[in-house]
Ligand binder design. Structure first.
Ligand code: GLU
Length: 550
């Protein structure tokens, strides 16, 4: 087809497109950002919620943009009707908000490079397609679905590459008259790329995560605009990431196989290729096999799960940081004052294969996170959580505020703060002894009762207990009491001559601990006793007496 025919064809196909490429190039100028600033984007389909794998991508986008003083924007990719649900965009905004992953630009906060929703950019895509038609790099293809299915069948039988290319691209060289005739018969069409590639050529690209990759050149006449005039993912990606000046396309590695097409699109459109970073999927180990984290099978794949079970969002983000960069965790453990924003992330510390999502590991990170919070903060956050998810306990927390903060503040100072809380709901469980009427109800349900302790001996000890003494004095006191009553001063001494003793001082402390807290392990016992006070301690010993039938 001659150029003048192509111009005529472009007008015929897109009579309403009056703008030009130049118009958009001028409308969306280069961003004014410092050297090295990264522009990243998150492009979810409006499916109603963000899957953990996508959230991980969005997290990476935001982290890299922030640390390089760049920009991170959110673009809703709603060109695939099958993946869109009603109000699906709202769910995406909610989930991102819940994780405090806040884009610098989006449909909601605005920005100079919008619209940030693909269904509102149709005119832009069509303008560029119109130009490709004029250049002879795209054409209308009238093949029916049946014809395409037939070609596929033939290709499968012949075991040749599937797709529309070479002689299978039957509409590639239709004459202008032929096209005009089909259009006048209202025959449906898509717009296909007239691929200039040759699959015996090799192309090379360096992915920020996966490193150097080689592919055969793309040679398919891929669809650019669908029958309804909306773009395919591939075409929209090239146009949007060019006009929005994305520097780094960070996306799931299911897109790696489309790279040759994308490279070709950027090339024929005359756009500078962004850098690509293909992120390995988040996986889960189950019965010895590793599979992708699934929104159907795994509750933890939904971001709302964390709010419900009460794992703080910041702890989940810390976990995402540990799976993002292999050197983050050690850094975090060694820097008790620092946070995610203080760490410099890099692509070369990212996993190339799947990234295992491990809830135990998340719990551990969360415990460290909680251990660095003051008792007062843990109290306040637990209060907010229980208000929504455990109203009965919430009331108890409100009524016992002062004591509860004191309990939550035990063993917070020093090199190795207490690490027993991974989620807000653990507070109820771990501090079951803290609130008197809760203890009275549950008392020794957490103690297995295998050992029965001597109530009278403990009562005798309590007579001399002085709650105003220091920790050292307290321990010296109980030690002396133990020795005077036939206990060894240490486990070592006891082990040497077990028949000579009733036990060792630790056993006496255990007896006291079980009677007072209902458990064999607790934070510092003397601190607990000081908060409870003599009366409550004595009441609990009476409770234990009944429990153990003494
Ligand atoms: N809309 C695409 C998806 O949901 C985005 C992929 C990309 O980030 O380029 O998979």
């Amino acid at each position: 087809m001659e150029k003048n025919e192509r111009i005529e064809l472009a007008e015929l196909l897109f009579p309403n497109i009056k703008k030009t490429r130049n118009y958009y190039e001028n409308l969306y100028p280069e961003r004014d950002l410092p050297d090295g600033a990264m522009v990243t984007r998150f492009g979810p389909s409006p499916t109603g919620f963000v899957h953990m794998g996508s959230l991980f991508s969005a997290f990476i986008d935001s982290v890299f943009a922030k640390q390089s003083h760049g920009k991170f924007f959110l673009r809703i990719e709603d060109t695939d009707q099958k993946r869109s649900v009603e109000n699906g965009t709202e769910g995406i905004f909610n989930d991102l908000n819940a994780f405090n992953i806040v884009p610098d630009e989006s449909e909601i906060v605005g920005g100079k490079y919008g619209p940030y929703i693909q269904s509102e950019r149709t005119e832009i895509y069509q303008t560029y397609v119109k130009d490709l038609i004029i250049q002879g790099l795209a054409y209308p293809c009238f093949m029916s679905e049946e014809e395409i299915a037939q070609i596929r069948e033939e290709q499968e039988i012949n075991k040749t590459k599937l797709g529309i290319y070479g002689h299978y691209a039957v509409d590639r060289d239709l004459s202008f008259d032929e096209i005009k005739e089909r259009l006048s018969n209202n025959q449906e069409y898509v717009i296909r790329l007239k691929s200039p590639g040759n699959s015996s050529n090799t192309i090379e690209i360096v992915d920020c995560i996966k490193g150097k990759m080689k592919f055969p050149e793309h040679d398919m006449d891929t669809v650019l605009l669908k029958k309804d005039g909306t773009p395919t993912y591939h075409f929209a990606h090239a146009i949007d990431d060019h006009l929005m000046h994305t520097t780094h396309v960070i996306r799931g590695d299911e897109w790696v196989s489309s790279l040759p097409l994308h490279i070709q699109l950027f090339d024929i459109l005359g756009f500078k290729l962004p850098q690509y970073a293909h992120v390995a999927p988040i996986t889960k180990k189950e019965d010895g096999t590793i599979r992708k984290l699934s929104k159907r099978k795994d509750p933890e794949a939904k971001v709302s799960y964390y709010e419900e079970v009460g794992i703080p969002i910041d702890a989940v983000k810390l976990y995402l940081a540990t799976i993002l960069n292999s050197n983050f965790e050690e850094w975090y453990l060694n820097n008790s004052e620092k946070n995610i924003d203080d760490f410099t992330f890099s692509f070369d510390k990212m996993a190339i294969g799947g990234t295992l999502f491990d809830l135990d590991k998340l719990n551990n990170i969360s415990k460290t996170y909680f251990s660095r919070k003051s008792g007062e903060d843990v109290y306040g956050e637990t209060l907010a959580y229980t208000e929504k998810f455990d109203p009965d306990y919430h009331k108890l927390l409100v009524d016992n505020k002062d004591d509860m903060i004191k309990f939550l503040s035990i063993e917070k100072d020093g090199e190795r703060p207490r690490k027993d809380i991974a989620k807000y709901s653990d507070v109820k469980e771990e501090f079951s002894y803290a609130i008197d009427n809760m203890f009275e109800k549950e008392n020794y349900s957490k103690y297995d009762g295998t050992k029965i302790y001597d109530v009278n001996l403990i009562k005798e000890y309590l007579e001399e207990l002085d709650l105003t003494s220091t920790n050292d004095e307290w321990f010296a006191g109980i030690k002396k009491f133990a020795i005077d009553h036939g206990y060894a001063a240490s486990p070592k001494e006891f082990k040497k001559n077990p028949e000579e003793f009733k036990g060792h001082v630790g056993d006496l402390c255990e007896a006291l601990r079980v009677m007072i807290t209902g458990r064999t392990k607790s934070p510092d016992l003397f601190s607990i006793m000081k908060i409870l006070g003599k009366d409550k301690i004595n009441n609990r010993v009476e409770l234990y007496k009944k429990f153990s039938n003494q």
